[in-house]
Design a protein around this ligand. Structure first.
Ligand SMILES: [Zn+2]
Length: 264
């Protein structure tokens, strides 16, 4: 395999959630773990409105600028954002994604219309398949948006499900919608990420699955990134080698890292 540079393009600092680690602590941990580059992608949930989202962007930019002065020689530090449901507020999303300081934007669906985050979902409710359908309809809608680079953690609902719930749920019925989404992303020159957040819990593993990565490649998709989606310093870079291995198995020869909204 030769020398391998580890890029972690999906990391969250305390600007995402109170009580999380600082950008400095995360950079120190990334250097200790031997990473070549990290992209901070703190959460901007559009439903929280412009004030809250812009505050996150400004605070992160201050943190990243300071961290570059301190750690810039040892670590490539990129400035990104993870925008939640950008298609529902395009004006705000374009404002967030704009500006020379932004290197990378992840577009994600965390909550479908009328529901809370999948993290808090009752997966035993009788209409759960309707909620899943809404998820696939909504990522298709998101795929058409011009304000992000890579779609975050496709199949996010799997992340909070138990092994037993995963076992009895046939998400295959939504393959048509998923295929359309992947083809739309590929056609627009956008990418997907191999998200290793669930490596620890075991359920879900790398999201999305090898099969879906292959589907993306077969649809003409070429841009892929790797991200730990770490919410604490000690997990930065966790699962990235496994995520890279899965992408290679799916036929991808290159893993992208974004600077100035361009994959390199
Ligand atoms: Zn997310």
């Amino acid at each position: 395999m030769g020398e391998m540079a580890i890029y972690d393009s999906h990391v969250h600092s305390k600007n995402s959630f109170d009580g999380h680690d600082t950008v400095e602590a995360i950079c120190e941990s990334a250097i200790r773990a031997g990473l070549a580059a990290v992209t901070f992608t703190d959460h901007c949930e559009t439903y929280l409105g412009e004030g809250a989202c812009l505050a996150v962007k400004e605070a992160l930019w201050e943190d990243v600028s300071r961290a570059r002065e301190t750690f810039g020689e040892a670590l490539e530090i990129s400035m990104g954002l993870e925008i939640g449901e950008p298609h529902r507020d395009m004006a705000l999303s374009r404002e967030l994604a704009g500006g020379p300081e932004i290197d990378f934007v992840i577009g994600s669906v965390h909550r479908v219309r009328g529901e809370d985050d999948f993290y808090f979902m009752d997966y035993d409710r009788p209409d759960i398949m309707d909620v899943f359908r809404k998820y696939y309809e909504e990522i298709l809608e998101l795929s058409e948006c011009d304000c992000f680079d890579v779609m975050g953690h496709i199949n996010y609902p799997l992340r909070a499900m138990s092994a037993e719930q995963t076992e009895r749920t046939d998400l295959g019925v939504f393959d048509g919608l998923l295929r359309e989404t992947l083809a739309s992303l590929a056609a627009h020159g956008r990418g997907i990420e191999a998200n290793s957040h669930c490596m620890k819990e075991g359920v879900g593993g790398i999201l999305p699955s090898l099969e879906i990565m292959k589907m993306f490649r077969d649809s003409g998709g070429r841009i892929v990134t790797t991200g730990s989606d770490a919410h604490e310093a000690s997990l930065v870079g966790a699962g990235i080698p496994e995520a890279e291995a899965l992408l290679r198995e799916a036929g991808f020869k290159e893993i992208s890292f974004f600077k100035g909204r361009k994959p390199i």
